[in-house]
Write a protein that binds this ligand. Structure first.
Ligand SMILES: Cc1ncc(COP(=O)(O)O)c(C=O)c1O
Length: 417
């Protein structure tokens, strides 16, 4: 630990008047914006085309190559992609969808939005990924889909999930949906997730591995669903604005004097052109950023292995994670302080942290809807009390990782007296 300057426990925390580890705050996340972004945005504005158009098509094509998907459509968010995946799976009222409680609330909201019932399966204690065995226990006659979440960027075990769905006699009738909000780049058993799940849903939200500010994508294992996916994400219309109004788009439209036809009550889930412009620039740097986050995680793991109070999550040998988050587990009760206080003390040291996630079943709305599920979901419930996400972003330096560990050591050392 001497390397990171953490050998002299305890020293007075900054929250109590001591010297902070850092004089300027280290944010939890800072999105890298390459310098050529402004040029790309200007070109987009000058093109005169702001809504979904040629840049979105190019972005989709590059994403399709990157994810190995057979078909892919850009969406306005991952939440939209999850909703579309459920609609395309034919999930509706009376159906059940199994998912993990350790996710962002919108994974579960999407299930409610199609009128189905969410069923939570607990997570594995060492990876915090949905447990295929727990999924198996919850498959019933009404199960129509399973949504796995690649928590922190580590892929769920899709081949095993596919097996348990098959063993339960659900092949064909139960869709396997991947919430890849954290995992654009990772691979599972040597394959990109889009080649293992029926649907893979990506997020390009402000803090994600690739950002378009807000945005997402839906990868489809069955390319024959692409047409309906495109229709659903734009009001159920058969012809998008690029086709309706642009000379290049061909001015295709509906029959007779109708410029377009409406086939169903779709949604407004399309990605605008400016967002795709951001995404196209980001894609050029994605590999380098992924590699950098991997190096930072390795450094964290090396240094944190010497802090017994900080538990690291396991990494499966078949996984190539996307390294989106750096979550750790800390027993705040044994330190005699709540997590909120712990985070405030780190903040006083100049280190900003976050929490991924409060398990969804513990939120007021879901407690009202489903009752107290802590007893049924012991692993996720316990992890939810102990999780802390450390700063991780590609422009972080190794010395900043060392400062985070130093601050953790300082606060923990002081708490333990
Ligand atoms: C696991 C997970 N799923 C879904 C989402 C929703 O993504 P979006 O904001 O793109 O809708 C998030 C966003 O934070 C997430 O972390």
């Amino acid at each position: 630990m001497a390397e990171a300057g953490t050998s002299n426990r305890p020293s007075l925390p900054a929250a109590l008047g001591g010297e902070p580890v850092r004089s300027s705050p280290l944010p939890f996340y800072r999105a890298p914006i390459p310098p050529e972004t402004l040029e790309e945005l200007r070109a987009t504005l000058e093109s005169g085309w702001l809504t979904t158009g040629p840049r979105v098509r190019r972005f989709e094509e590059r994403l399709r190559e990157l994810t190995g998907a057979r078909a892919l459509v850009a969406t306005s968010s991952c939440t939209a992609a999850l909703h579309l995946a459920l609609v395309l799976s034919g999930v509706g009222p009376g159906d059940e969808v199994i998912t993990t409680p350790l996710t962002f609330c919108s994974t579960v909201h999407a299930i409610l939005h199609v009128g189905a019932r969410p069923v939570f399966a607990d997570v594995e204690a060492d990876t915090l990924l949905i447990s295929p065995e727990e999924v198996a226990r919850r498959i019933g006659p009404h199960t129509r889909a399973v949504i796995a979440v690649d928590y922190g960027g580590h892929p769920a075990d899709y081949p095993r999930l596919r097996e348990v769905i098959g063993e339960a006699g659900g092949t064909g009738g139960i869709a396997l949906i991947a919430d890849c909000a954290h995992n654009l780049e990772g691979r599972c058993h040597g394959k990109p997730v889009a080649q293992l799940a029926d649907y893979a849903c990506y997020s390009f939200y402000a803090t994600k591995n690739l950002t378009t500010g807000e945005g997402g994508a839906l990868a489809l294992a069955d390319p024959s669903q692409e047409e309906r996916a495109r229709r659903l994400l734009l009001h159920g219309m058969e012809s998008d604005a690029w086709k309706r109004y642009s000379v290049e788009g061909g001015n295709e439209g509906g029959e007779g004097d109708k410029l377009y036809e409406v086939y169903e009550a779709g949604f407004k889930y399309n990605l605008p052109e400016l967002a795709a412009a951001l995404g196209l620039v980001q894609l050029r740097h994605l590999g380098r950023w992924h590699q950098r986050r991997r190096e930072l995680v390795l450094r964290y793991r090396q240094l944190l292995s010497e802090l017994p109070e900080v538990e690291l999550l396991a990494e499966r040998e078949w996984a190539e994670p996307a390294y989106h988050l750096m979550p750790v587990l800390i027993d705040f009760d044994s330190l005699g302080m709540g997590r909120r206080r712990f985070m405030e003390m780190l903040r006083a040291e100049g280190i900003h942290t976050s929490v991924h996630f409060t398990p969804v079943h513990q939120f007021h709305f879901y407690r009202q809807l489903m009752g107290d599920l802590d007893g049924e979901l012991p692993v996720a419930s316990e992890a939810g009390r102990r999780l802390l996400s450390l700063p991780l972003f590609p422009e972080m330096g190794s010395e900043e990782v060392e400062q985070v560990v130093q601050a953790l050591d300082k606060v923990i050392g002081w708490a333990k007296g």
